[in-house]
Design a protein around this ligand. Structure first.
Ligand SMILES: CC(C)(COP(=O)(O)OP(=O)(O)OC[C@H]1O[C@@H](n2cnc3c(N)ncnc32)[C@H](O)[C@@H]1OP(=O)(O)O)[C@@H](O)C(=O)NCCC(=O)NCCS
Length: 219
């Protein structure tokens, strides 16, 4: 799905500012941003675009006149992004698929509504990515992977071929999932982890993080 209507960005945090740069790099028309905090502050502009207001401005938007960009990031355990998408879909809004110009998406891949593919990401042949998912900066999703809805593949993570990732799972930054494995619903692969066996729903795999010493080593 291509964006044809002016875009409204929801939220003004870190994920939203990356998305603003993405849509600007594509030359898309941005009407403004809706964010309760900016509205509360009385801000008129955010990063050069109009602040339309908070929740009241969002309610006043016409689903036939604009398309929405879900600027809420998805951290581990946060449901806000998925809930916002579902609520506004029920109100008739549409969310375009957004792909950064430096990302590679094979022509046989399927990206469902509202999928966001950030700079440098690579999505290979016959991949399917569910609605409202994020494939973040420099992440790789290799051939035949199937991702559910509201999945986040964080920066630099790698899914080898034919991996299955269920709804709302989180693949942490720099993690690797070996080919053919399953990641269960709402499961978390921690940053830097390597998944070598299936991960059950709602389970968390920690990576091999180094421990910091309490005091620096004396000479
Ligand atoms: C796995 C994760 C969800 C755990 O979060 P948490 O439950 O809040 O864990 P805590 O921060 O309380 O840490 C608990 C312990 O696990 C360790 N730990 C946390 N994350 C770890 C990781 N990824 N690899 C190895 N160890 C980890 C901590 O060092 C701590 O160890 P300690 O008890 O010996 O001090 C989280 O650390 C993580 O990896 N999140 C992904 C971050 C990411 O990719 N962000 C991208 C944003 S775009």
């Amino acid at each position: 799905m291509n964006a044809h209507k002016p875009l409204v960005i929801l939220g003004a945090g870190g994920h939203a500012k990356v998305l603003l740069a993405l849509v600007q790099s594509l030359g898309l028309d941005v009407l403004g941003v809706c964010d309760p905090v900016l509205a509360e502050q009385g801000a008129g502009l955010w990063r050069g675009i109009a602040v339309l207001g908070g929740d009241a401005a969002l309610e006043a938007l016409d689903p036939d006149s604009v398309e929405l960009v879900n600027g809420l990031g998805q951290l581990v355990g946060s449901a806000g992004r998925a809930n916002l998408f579902q609520r506004l879909k029920l109100q008739g809004f549409r969310f375009p698929v957004l792909v950064h110009p430096t990302a590679w998406v094979d022509s046989s891949a399927t990206l469902q509504e509202g999928v966001q593919v950030m700079a440098g990401a690579v999505i290979q042949a016959d991949v399917v990515i569910g609605a409202n998912s994020i494939i973040n900066t420099r992440a790789g999703v290799d051939h035949d992977c199937r991702l559910g809805v509201d999945v986040h593949v964080a920066p630099g993570a790698t899914l080898c071929g034919s991996v299955r990732v269920a709804d709302r799972a989180f693949i942490g930054s720099g993690a690797t999932v070996i080919q053919g494995l399953n990641v269960g619903m709402e499961a978390v692969v921690g940053a830097g982890a390597t998944l070598t066996r299936n991960l059950e729903a709602r389970h968390v795999l920690l990576g091999p993080a180094g421990r910091k010493k309490d005091a620096p080593k004396e000479d």
